[in-house]
Write a protein that binds this ligand. Sequence first.
Ligand code: SF4
Ligand code: SF4
Length: 133
Amino acid sequence: MTDVGRHPRIKLYVLSEVKEVKGSVGNFKVKILKKSRYVDEKECTACGDCARVCPVVRPDAFNYGLSSRKAIYSPFPQAVPSAYVINVSECLGHNPAVCAKCVEACKKGCINFHMSDEEITETVGTIVVATGM
Ligand code: SF4
Ligand code: SF4
């Protein structure tokens, strides 16, 4: 996964879903919905300062609920990109006036509640479906 993240010729979309595929072999148009993570993935250093102050504690699905995580968290160790994400359905402060403790704690200023989902269209020649587990 890390190698994929670093590869100069691979564009990695995480938190994303394929919404539509049109075309045929050699010329597919793929519509991708890239969901907002509310953290600038290029700037985040995964320092964890934001999670330390977040008051929301939830079971960590990666560890089958045996451990806990915050509403702002890293999905799992070695996640690519190495950036935190906010689960907005758990966050108290989608309106920053309500909480925003993480915003104050992040020295790099990479938390942004105004981010929105993006729709991206890629043109590709081939599609490989690999479910992984
Ligand atoms: S969002 Fe900010 S405080 Fe949180 S891990 Fe990233 S850099 Fe650190
Ligand atoms: S704004 Fe949301 S993610 Fe940030 S500290 Fe508050 S509850 Fe946690």
